[in-house]
Design a protein around this ligand. Structure first.
Ligand code: BDP
Length: 706
């Protein structure tokens, strides 16, 4: 009897240990299930040798052992035997290589045969480079690539590759949909959660080299001594993985924690206060990255509060961190309630300041002129500030993209922006070339994204949120990778190399971005989400605390038509683009459907490229969005026998919510816009199951992340 119980118990434990909860992200290191391949990998690498000892080299060794033992299902020897993998920095290896690794973060992986032995060598100019090479090799094995004959020389295109956490000190995450903050400020600096190390590993594996730990709506307390001790403890965990910490600084900190009367950037005492603060920080964290600042935006304090401008503020901080090699990232996300068109403000406020920032200042610009919508034209600031390094700000947390509930693969959105041609220096002046510093020859360059990470077991709430985090890192390293390539390698590492799984999930992912555009904001509609929470549709909303938070401000539907006229007849925001770009959008007959209602107020009868009227096209697009989600569900269902039950079921349930939400969006928007168009739904159209009034009465007071 006792025996049976014991057996049962051990069976249960065995089952538990195989549960896939998503914690291991794309670093699962599961045994290679293709025996032929497994045999060949085992032949190519029989032992590893890590040259040198340091926290980074130790991390490399640990990762190699973990990864290779798991993938090759073996106990990899750590002294050279037959076929060996050698990891170490270039000089330590004393190799006579014709080719050198590139820069401080690049790596070289090469295969060599010498005296009948096969060597795989990972080398770089720095330990961090070797770390990146290590993760690259593990990725090759995880994605079943051949490794006998390697010759890879890779380095990142963009220098600063950052996550921006919008995490508050009480662990609430603004616009966070994956639990509370992973930073446990209360137990830091004494308690070091293993999760911090796993966070560092995951980021290093995709080349992320910096993290801003706290919300841009910053609390000055983070700059006090006890909190700086906590920040220093996190920096110690992240440092071996090549990740620097940065902090969001509150501009009025000299008043709040320094007890000064002012935070005027031209005031000597204020300047000295920041200089002393910088010194204090660098004593604790010698490789501190610098400050991220949200100033004079959405009620945050800033230099304008003292009659000064953005350069006065940024340069004062830049001077404080310059002696220590720090940088200032100054955000361009500004808009004022009295402006007729929020679209224009960042450009108007920032372009006159071009050339006036210190050279350790980057201006961080959101990808679009409004705010992380499912689709935006690119911000006209890109290409309009040649003398200032501009940093990209994307958003991984899906504030306006169905949050933690909808599956939306964002790589196509990121690529659309990076590939966009600003024509700033003639054709082929892409945003990617502005961001990597090459177009205007800047020494610094950067991409940041608002993190989607929380303390949920699978990190991002929706398992597929992991793919967006992954894609950000991979694109910041090399923006020439395609969305499809990135999806493929993410699926292979996260789920399986089985072609059925890879192809079906890839189809789901690649369709998902256009789906969200269609069921939320087709044809260039934007910002028609409910005020505050930004989750569901509320196109009728007209009573927010400021007009530019109201959907009616953006869609401008009336009896004549719908859309925001940004041509010369309207706000003339189009003027902010170069003529070649302006030309693409200026005429409602030639403007692409994707951006039509971004730039034009168009009659309901307007003839679209499809031949349909605008009204019918709108109905068609909303329906297409719903249909795509049905197709995504269908594809997922067919993978049931290929995916572990935990993750399968989770995604299945979320897709069902997404489908319900897509129908909700379609019904709400069409019923509401129909009150203006007065046109019937096209024949065979699925009729809404509720009235507009029903939808308008729904309330969401506790929607997350708000
Ligand atoms: C908006 C968010 C708000 C952020 C702000 C920002 O709704 O929570 O504080 O952007 O980027 O998208 O500063």
């Amino acid at each position: 009897m006792r025996k049976t119980l014991l057996l049962l118990l051990s069976l249960c434990l065995a089952h538990l240990s195989h549960a896939e909860d998503g914690y291991n992200l794309w670093l699962r290191y599961k045994r290679i299930d293709d025996n032929k391949l497994l045999t060949s990998y085992r032949k190519t690498i029989t032992a590893i040798q890590v040259v040198g000892q340091s926290p980074t080299m130790d991390a490399i060794k640990k990762e190699l052992i973990l990864g290779l033992n798991g993938l090759l299902d073996t106990h990899i020897a750590t002294t050279p035997t037959n076929n060996t993998l050698i990891a170490g920095i270039h000089s330590a290896l004393k190799l006579n290589l014709e080719e050198k690794p590139d820069g401080p973060e690049g790596f070289l992986i090469i295969s060599k045969v010498s005296a009948g032995k096969h060597y795989t060598i990972i080398t770089a100019n720095t330990e961090t480079g070797v770390l990146y090479g290590t993760f690259h090799l593990l990725r090759l094995i995880q994605t079943h690539q051949p490794i006998e004959n390697l010759h890879i020389n890779s380095s990142p295109r963009v220098k600063l590759r950052l996550l921006n956490h919008w995490d508050n000190l009480n662990r609430y995450v603004e616009r966070g949909y994956a639990g509370i903050s992973i930073w446990n400020w209360h137990t830091l600096p004494d308690y070091i959660d293993d999760r911090y190390t796993d966070y560092a590993r995951a980021n290093a594996s995709i080349g992320i080299n910096g993290t801003v730990l706290n919300n841009v709506n910053a609390n000055a307390t983070i700059l006090t001594e006890p909190y700086l001790q906590k920040v220093a403890a996190l920096a110690r965990v992240l440092r071996p993985y090549g990740i620097k910490v940065y902090l969001s600084a509150r501009f009025s900190a000299p008043i709040e924690i320094g007890h000064l009367k002012t935070a005027d950037p031209l005031n000597d005492t204020v300047r000295q206060w920041w200089q002393a603060k910088a010194k204090e920080i660098y004593q604790l964290i010698p490789d501190f990255g610098g400050f991220l600042i949200k100033a004079n935006s959405e009620g945050q304090p800033g230099p304008q509060s003292y009659g000064r401008n953005h350069t006065d503020g940024a340069n004062m901080l830049a001077d404080a961190v310059a002696p220590f090699g720090g940088i200032i990232i100054w955000r361009a996300f500004v808009y004022a309630p009295q402006a007729k068109d929020r679209f224009k403000q960042a450009y108007d406020e920032f372009t006159p300041l071009d050339g006036k920032f210190r050279n350790n200042v980057l201006v961080q610009v959101k990808n679009g002129p409004i705010d992380f919508q499912p689709r935006e034209p690119f911000s006209p600031l890109f290409g309009a500030m040649p003398q200032t390094p501009l940093m990209m700000e994307f958003q991984l947390t899906q504030e306006y993209l169905g949050q933690g509930t909808h599956l939306v693969y964002e790589a196509p959105l990121f690529k659309e922006v990076l590939d966009a041609d600003t024509h700033a220096k003639g054709p082929n002046s892409t945003i990617a070339k502005i961001i990597d510093g090459s177009l205007y020859d800047h020494a610094v360059s950067g991409i940041a994204a608002v993190s989607n990470i929380g303390n949920e077991r699978n990190w991002t709430g929706h398992l597929f949120g992991q793919a967006n985090w992954y894609a950000l890192g991979r694109l910041a390293w090399d923006y020439n990778l395609s969305s499809e390539q990135i999806a493929t390698e993410w699926i292979q590492q996260t789920f399986s190399n089985n072609p059925t799984v890879v192809n079906s999930i890839k189809d789901i992912m690649l369709a998902s971005r256009e789906a969200v555009v269609n069921y939320m904001t087709p044809l260039g509609l934007h910002h028609i989400m409910g005020n505050g929470h930004h989750y569901g549709p509320a196109p009728w909303s007209n009573n927010a605390p400021r007009p530019d938070w109201d959907p009616v401000y953006y869609h401008k539907a009336d009896a004549k038509g719908i859309g925001f006229d940004r041509t010369t007849a309207g706000s003339n925001a189009l003027q902010q683009y170069r003529p070649a770009v302006r030309q693409l959008y200026a005429d409602s007959n030639t403007c692409s459907d994707q951006y039509l209602l971004w730039f034009h107020h168009v009659s309901w009868q307007h003839k679209m490229h499809s031949g349909r009227t605008l009204w019918n096209e709108l109905c068609h697009k909303y329906q297409e969005g719903v249909d795509t989600v049905s197709a995504m569900q269908h594809k997922w269902e067919q993978l049931k026998s290929y995916i572990d039950p935990e993750r399968f079921h989770q995604v299945q349930m979320l897709l069902a919510i997404q489908h319900k939400d897509a129908i909700w969006w379609r019904n709400v928007c069409l019923l509401y816009f129909q009150t203006f168009s007065k046109m019937p739904f096209p024949a065979n159209y699925e009729q809404p199951d509720h009235t507009l009034e029903y939808y308008q009465q729904q309330r969401f007071p506790y929607a997350p992340g708000n």
